[in-house]
Design a protein around this ligand. Structure first.
Ligand code: ATP
Length: 762
């Protein structure tokens, strides 16, 4: 170590060299990717669930996240403790998506959710996704759940009977019978309580499984590749806002509500059926008929006073979404807001959104008071009173019959019946019937609540259905056929008579016919760009430059009778104006949209990534940020210019034939920008640049100028040879130098003027 303890510059030349090599090696090793080559992927494949994973395997799994399976499915690697669990995820097949589409016809925006035929149709369509087959896990849970629900009802009847028996034995002072009843009571308590816990567990489990299925299905539908790009088009063309609320909150509410409702309908229905059957034995046919009249009257009263819970729930979910979007916006754009010190303004915006929400929720609560009051009155008190009346009929009839019989037989024979037995048996009847009636009232209450829940479910179902039907019905973007010339294998991009305009809504609703279509931003655009030629698109702000890029990228369909021909999606890479940073490591930023596995499989090496970073002048990043695998919120960590350079790094990583650069270097210094352009050209990438910077003209051979005079006009001109372009550039530089000297000359003229006027005064 004495070598290291001396300052480096004090060392003789000969001993300095090995030290420098050593330091360089250590540095290189430090920033070397903890490479997870193909072998590591195979190793991860072999990691068994029960086997303890090594720290290296855990690290690999964290970076890898997924394993691609030969059947197209993915295996999710979840490190937990020192083990790695694997979850196989089957993507929804395009055939399934296509076969489901006819079940999701669009509903008019004016549709008001209610418990009606439309609701049933919507629910059935969604249930196709949740229960794809009778063999599915969800269906199994429903069967088990139903079993426990029925068991609970059967046990309740048993409890009611036992209750009556215990009291009978007590009244008739039958100690032995009483002790036996009590023993049975404790025994019956075991399956009863277990059944209750299982019902709750299976309900939560059903909800979670349904949520997982719906979420996966929605993700597969929403995050669809070209030609659907539904995540991008659902807002502009689908007219749906706040999709995050639909996918996160609405799906969860729907599943909770549906799973809860199943139990809340099935169990009280069974209760009602079984208890009525039991009661009818002691009530007789007249009592049973009266019981049914009671049900009918109650249901009619409650239906009349039930508010439109479905509509209220749908509005609540929408307002919840608006408030959530507001909070999300402040989080996302925090820095911009802070620069303007816009906290107060945002406060008032958020407050308004929140107030709208709670005002609505409050009004629901108020509406509920009247409804719940009526419900309680009818179910608890009216039913109980009716119950007492119904129980009293056989008891009183029995008694009067007894009295009649006794009077008639009094003279004929001595009373051989113990009055205690009769009382005990009546008490038993009464206790059992009373318990059954109380349970009946409870079941009725639950059913009425279930109706309210059903209305709320109708509201959430409509929202979820709207999302799914919009996603299903977005038509695919028109194909942009690959123009690879088979004779020369040369690629080109060609637009012929293309109108470029904001895409209209994909579906015009019957309520809003004949929406005026916007005039195209650019009309009748025709151009052909061969590989090796470079196009610059310019024009004032808002004239439609990015719109042209969107058409070139295939994000917007060409309007009019135009035709777009371009190579496949791999060969055209677009770098947008706003730099996008993905969640993940530093390495993930460069390789985006590739995953880590794709990077490993591409066979690219870490040295190549370093080379790319060097080309965009970001070679210091791995050292500064603590290595390739550092995970940070890159959107905040990198500066504006750094983010834009990262965008260019992605171009150099993916090496497309064409790169559309939409003002993606506006925050990069001119010298670095120039070097990046030169580098791109040296790699054989054909550039299509959207920019207002004349200094970039020299890297291009064609200039498309959008006029922006409202007519959609444009001009296309050649920019001359490289020599000529450099000549123009030199002239611009010379003129700019001369212009910069003007200020100094003017200053000197003013000084001379002052001098002259001073002499004249003297
Ligand atoms: N999603 C959209 N919804 C509605 N209007 C849009 C949408 N996208 C673009 N526009 C409109 O289309 C016009 C052209 O937009 P574009 O982004 O192409 O302009 P640009 O020429 O790239 O402008 P800049 O130089 O400011 O980036 C603008 O008037 C814009 O308001």
């Amino acid at each position: 170590m004495p070598l290291l303890s001396r300052p480096l510059h004090n060392l003789p030349q000969a001993s300095r060299k090995p030290l420098l090599i050593l330091i360089a090696t250590i540095l290189l090793f430090r920033y070397r990717i903890v490479s997870v080559p193909q072998a590591a992927i195979e190793r991860l494949r072999d990691v068994a669930l029960r086997k303890r994973a090594s720290p290296q395997e855990i690290q690999d799994a964290l970076q890898q996240v997924y394993l691609d399976e030969p059947d197209g499915s993915k295996t999710l690697l979840v490190p937990s403790g020192d083990r790695i669990s694997k979850v196989n995820i089957q993507p929804t097949s395009p055939q399934t998506l296509a076969s489901n589409t006819p079940h999701f016809p669009l509903i008019p925006p004016s549709h008001k959710p209610n418990v009606d035929k439309t609701f049933l149709r919507q629910l059935t369509a969604i249930l196709r996704i949740v229960f794809p087959s009778l063999k599915s896990k969800e269906f199994g849970i429903v069967i088990l759940h139903s079993f426990f629900l029925v068991l609970r009802t059967v046990l309740s009847v048993g409890v009611a009977k036992l209750d009556g028996r215990i009291v009978r034995d007590l009244v008739s002072a039958n100690g032995k019978g009483f002790a036996k009843g009590l023993g049975l009571w404790f025994l019956l308590a075991i399956p009863s309580t277990y059944t209750n816990s299982m019902i709750r567990h299976l309900q939560s489990s059903l909800s979670l499984n349904m949520r997982t299925r719906l979420t996966r299905y929605t993700h597969d539908l929403y995050l669809s590749a070209f030609p659907y790009l539904r995540y991008y088009r659902v807002g502009l063309e689908g007219g749906l806002e706040g999709v995050d609320q639909y996918i996160t909150s609405d799906i969860a509410s729907f599943c909770d509500s549906l799973a809860g409702l199943y139990g809340n309908i099935l169990k009280p229905s069974f209760d009602l059926l079984l208890f009525t059957l039991q009661l009818s034995r002691s009530l007789g046919y007249r009592g049973t008929a009266l019981l049914f009249i009671n049900y009918y009257v109650t249901a009619s009263i409650l239906r009349a006073v039930t508010p439109a819970f479905g509509r209220l729930a749908a509005v609540e979910a929408r307002l919840e979404g608006e408030y959530r979007m507001g909070v999300g916006r402040v989080g996302r754009e925090g820095e911009e807001i802070a620069f303007y010190d816009g906290g107060k303004r945002e406060w008032s915006i958020l407050r308004r959104a929140y107030l709208r929400l709670i005002k609505h929720v409050n009004s629901i609560y108020k509406i509920r008071i009247a409804y719940e009051w009526t419900e309680d009155y009818v179910i608890k008190y009216l039913w109980s009173a009716a119950g007492y009346g119904l129980i009293s009929i056989p008891v009183l009839l029995h008694r009067s019959r007894d009295v009649g019989v006794q009077t008639r037989q009094r003279s004929e024979r001595a009373e051989d019946e113990r009055p205690d037995d009769a009382v005990a048996s009546r008490t038993e009847d009464y206790i059992s019937s009373r318990r059954l009636l109380l349970s009946l009232a409870d079941a009725g209450g639950r059913l009425m609540y279930a109706y309210k829940d059903l209305s709320e479910l109708a509201g959430i179902t409509t929202r979820l259905y709207t999302l799914l039907s919009t996603l299903h019905n977005l038509p695919p973007l028109p194909p942009t056929s690959s123009p690879t010339n088979t004779t020369t294998t040369e690629s080109f991009i060609s637009l012929s008579h293309v109108d470029v305009g904001i895409p209209p809504l994909a579906f015009s609703s019957p309520s809003s016919p004949g929406i005026e279509k916007d005039a195209p931003l650019v009309k009748d655009l025709t151009l052909t760009l061969h590989a090796g030629e470079h196009l610059m698109i310019t024009g004032s702000n808002g004239v439609g430059k990015t719109a042209v890029a969107r058409v070139l990228a295939g994000l917007w369909a060409a309007q009019g009778d135009g035709r777009v021909l371009r190579p496949g999606r791999k060969d055209v890479f677009v770098v947008p104006q706003r730099a996008y940073m993905v969640v993940g490591s530093l390495l993930d930023q460069i390789i985006y949209p590739h995953s880590y596995t794709q990077f490993v499989e591409s066979g690219k090496k870490e040295e190549e990534l370093m080379e790319i970073l060097r080309a965009v002048h970001l070679e210091y990043l791995p050292a500064r940020e603590g290595g390739w695998f550092t995970r940070k919120e890159w959107r905040d960590v990198l500066s504006g210019g750094e983010k834009q350079r990262m965008g260019m790094a992605r171009v150099f990583y993916h090496m497309p034939k064409f790169a559309v650069l939409d003002e993606c270097t506006s925050a990069v210094s001119s010298d670095v920008e120039g070097r990046m352009y030169e580098h791109a050209k040296s790699l054989g990438i054909t550039l299509i640049t959207i920019s207002l910077r004349p200094s970039l003209m020299k890297y291009h051979t064609q200039l498309l100028t959008l006029k922006g005079d409202g007519t959609g006009g444009w001009t296309l001109s050649r920019l001359g040879t490289a020599e000529e372009r450099m000549g123009i550039d030199r002239e611009i530089l010379m003129l700019e130098t001369k212009l910069s000297e003007v200020a100094a000359v003017e200053k000197r003229v003013k000084e001379l003027d002052k001098l002259l006027s001073a002499r004249e005064i003297m």
